[in-house]
Design a protein around this ligand. Sequence first.
Ligand SMILES: N[C@@H](CCC(=O)N[C@@H](CS)C(=O)NCC(=O)O)C(=O)O
Length: 200
Amino acid sequence: MMILRSSPSSPFVRKVRIAVRMLGCDDRVELRDADLNATAEPLRAQNPLGKIPALVLEDGRTLYDSRVILDYLDHIAGGGRIIPRDTQARFEALTLQALCDGAMDACVLIVYESRYRPAEMHVQSWLDRQAGKVARALDALEASPPPLTATPHVGDIALACLLGYRDLRFDRTWRNGHPRLHAWHDAFAAAVPAFAATAP
Ligand SMILES: N[C@@H](CCC(=O)N[C@@H](CS)C(=O)NCC(=O)O)C(=O)O
């Protein structure tokens, strides 16, 4: 059994959990929550960065981060399932994933600012800089939403997790001014039951 070091609210873990379900690997992966603040947490030996998701394989090796884990899951599922084989489609999917992961990184940094730094140490210009990355990513995606095909790929999974994380931590305000993304979100949710099944 593989062990996924996780937490119910992490958008990066959700990417992996969706992929696991889409690829039918549920019976091979056990979720094990990690305490990201505990110094004695084994996660820090499994992934020196102390970040989730980390996937501990049956032979004890650990894979991270979410992109590497999705690549691995696609590989053991035969390949070409959530990472397209076709060169152009592949790099479009990977670039979409990079954009959405980057926006999620910015969201997580904003959340961590209030979680880990006292209010008097908050730097508004730095928070605005992170928010700008997210706003530009959402606007770019609204201008040109990815086509949702019969076989969603890693870029689609990452986009769904980004929108889900906005819902969780930033109200549901991303829908304002992004009607095409809103429609994309609803279509993804209807096409991929794993999205609702992994909701935090
Ligand atoms: N690039 C990483 C990002 C993972 C990440 O930022 N995970 C957060 C939780 S959502 C984390 O583990 N934070 C703990 C920390 O930064 O110490 C991935 O794609 O897996």
